[in-house]
Design a protein around this ligand. Structure first.
Ligand SMILES: Cc1cc2nc3c(=O)[nH]c(=O)nc-3n(C[C@H](O)[C@H](O)[C@H](O)COP(=O)(O)O)c2cc1C
Length: 167
């Protein structure tokens, strides 16, 4: 049986929600990481992934400028980094300079990857679409990386950006 309720209540059933960190460079060459929950795989062959970024975010400018981005799957021990990257704007902060998080150059695109993450996907920008108050960027995965150590992914497990692993 189902009962009709407001969207704002019904959507609270979505947890756990995966967390990714997308990274693109701005026109000054600064790599800007942004934490995102709204993301999905959209094609298997070729492999493509999509991210939804709010129109006011600096990441819109960085992705449009560089026409490529990395999608990192942060590990469960990267919650503090995810919260920092998800609560500061690259418009007025150099997030990688302010928060200690290891980076390495991407192999195929002009961006960086996160060596401590569970996996990293280097994407070239294929398209962008307006969806309400967010812009959906679709990227084609050109290079993939996985951690050589076994690590668990980071999720949002409850409202208010409560981050943790799931079993
Ligand atoms: C767990 C978590 C998930 C988030 N998910 C999204 C998302 O899916 N889309 C989005 O636009 N912002 C999301 N945010 C907010 C952005 O990460 C945040 O506003 C960030 O500071 C924007 O940075 P920028 O201005 O450098 O792009 C999320 C934040 C957190 C902590």
């Amino acid at each position: 049986m189902q009962k009709q309720i407001d969207y704002s209540e019904a959507i609270k059933t979505k947890y756990p929600e995966q967390v990714v960190i997308a990274i693109a460079k701005d026109s000054a060459g600064k790599a800007n990481p942004v934490t995102l929950g709204w993301t999905m795989i959209v094609s298997g062959s070729p492999p493509m992934m999509a991210i939804a970024v709010a129109g006011r975010h600096y990441s819109i400018e960085t992705i449009r400028h560089s026409k490529c981005f990395t999608i990192a799957f942060p590990s469960s021990d990267m919650a503090e980094a995810a919260l920092f990257f998800g609560s500061h704007s690259g418009r007025d902060t150099d997030k990688f300079a302010e928060f200690d998080c290891q980076t390495a150059p991407a192999k195929s695109i002009d961006s960086v990857i996160l060596p401590d993450a569970v996996a990293n996907f280097e994407c070239t920008l294929e398209s962008e679409t307006i969806a309400g108050d967010h812009i959906i960027f679709v990227g084609k995965v050109v290079t993939s990386h996985v951690n050589t150590e076994p690590k668990k992914r980071l999720y949002t497990v409850a409202p208010g950006h409560k981050l943790d692993k799931v079993q």
